[in-house]
Ligand binder design. Structure first.
Ligand code: FAD
Length: 334
């Protein structure tokens, strides 16, 4: 493989309910920085039906170009059709790096493309950088149960690929004066060649927990002791109008649904205020909440790791401290 032939950074622009997913805009921000460091163009890759107008959205967020596949065959996401488009586009235009959101679609697509192209993929990256001279992507993520941060390189294959969780990177402030070039691509793909058919899309009726959009989160961990103990978190959250979060151990104990889990295998959150109550502060939890504006930890162990990552720490029993806080919030100012 001649690595020199590969040039430019791409972001897969995922479409959700008629708009570009926020994670893709965040990745354009990260991609822009790397493209400037390398002195190469930043392109979006947009696939769908009737998505032409969305291509324009990418330019204010940093893209120089958008490769566009707009065809009825891409009406619904299907691994086979979308991966064929990505692979054809890669083989034709040869980007050095492709970034995808670590969403269910992004993870599915990136792994299928990586397998077919026989290249490397770093999943759930939490930090990205590029070596300006060599062009090597430095994709970092927690490894070995979170005990170390590993920086993963893909030295011998191109394109280098990574998936990145929503809310980890920052989108640029949109600059509406920025414009770019739309490069129309076409593909010869017949419906009968695709094995998967979308028969029906059934939307989940359960009310979705929007942890990633919450301004205030009260999160509880195994330190709450039981499902009854965890009810204290619900009461506190209700009192202050917060959303309930949880550590994986609280979820695995069956005290609360997985939708509420914060961390590496849960949701990444950036609220203005994050209460971590009875949570030890394992790295897999921290990666999901450490960018919160203000972190307040309550833990009875003064040596708990969470105290190294919070702005305010209260050493004490949650069952004593939280009722005091609730009382304080109850009081009207004089
Ligand atoms: P513990 O570690 O048991 O901590 C409980 C804490 O409560 C202790 O610090 C204790 O001092 C304190 N405590 C006890 N009683 C009280 C009391 N009465 N008042 C106040 N404090 C008290 N974890 C996640 O959270 N999210 C993830 O997404 C995630 N993904 C993972 C992915 C992988 C691949 C792996 C290997 C692990 C993952 N984990 C994740 C698990 C993680 O490593 C920890 O095991 C988990 O976060 C610990 O949960 P915890 O802090 O609630 O429990």
């Amino acid at each position: 493989m001649n690595l020199e032939e590969y040039c430019g950074i791409w972001v897969y622009l995922e479409v959700h309910e008629g708009r570009i997913a926020p994670v893709s805009l965040e990745l354009l921000g990260a991609g822009r920085q790397m493209a400037d460091k390398r002195g190469v163009p930043l392109a979006g890759l947009l696939i769908g039906e009737g998505v032409r107008d969305l291509a324009q959205t990418a330019f204010p967020y940093g893209a120089d170009q958008v490769y566009l596949y707009d065809d009825p065959i891409f009406c619904d996401y299907r691994t086979e059709s979308y991966m064929r488009a990505v692979i054809e586009c890669v083989n034709k235009n040869k980007p050095e790096i492709i970034l995808y959101g670590a969403t269910s679609t992004g993870k599915d697509l990136a792994s299928a493309v990586a397998t077919d192209l026989e290249t490397g993929l770093t999943a759930d990256t939490t930090m990205l950088d590029v070596n300006a001279e060599t062009g090597l992507l430095e994709a970092s993520r927690p490894a070995f149960g979170g005990n170390i941060m590993a920086t993963i390189l893909c030295k011998k294959h191109r394109p280098q690929m990574a998936t990145v969780r929503p809310k980890v990177m920052k989108a640029l402030e949109p600059d509406t004066a920025r414009t770019g070039e739309i490069i129309e691509e076409t593909i010869t793909l017949l419906e009968e060649d695709i094995r998967t058919k979308v028969l029906k899309i059934v939307r989940e009726t359960k009310e979705k927990v929007r942890l990633d959009e919450a301004d205030v989160i009260v999160a509880g961990g195994k330190g709450l002791g039981s499902k009854e103990g965890f009810a204290l978190i619900h009461r506190f959250a209700e009192k202050i109008g917060a959303t309930v979060g949880a550590s994986r151990d609280a979820v695995e104990a069956g005290w609360i649904d997985h939708d509420h889990q914060v961390g590496q295998t849960g949701v990444t959150v950036t609220p203005k205020i994050y209460f971590a109550i009875g949570i030890s502060g394992a790295i897999q939890h921290l990666v999901g909440m450490r960018n919160s504006g203000l972190i307040i930890a309550i833990n009875k162990d003064p040596n708990a790791l969470i105290f190294q990552s919070c702005h305010y720490g209260i050493v004490g029993d949650a069952f004593e401290i939280v009722p005091l806080l609730m009382e304080a919030f109850q009081k009207k100012p004089d």
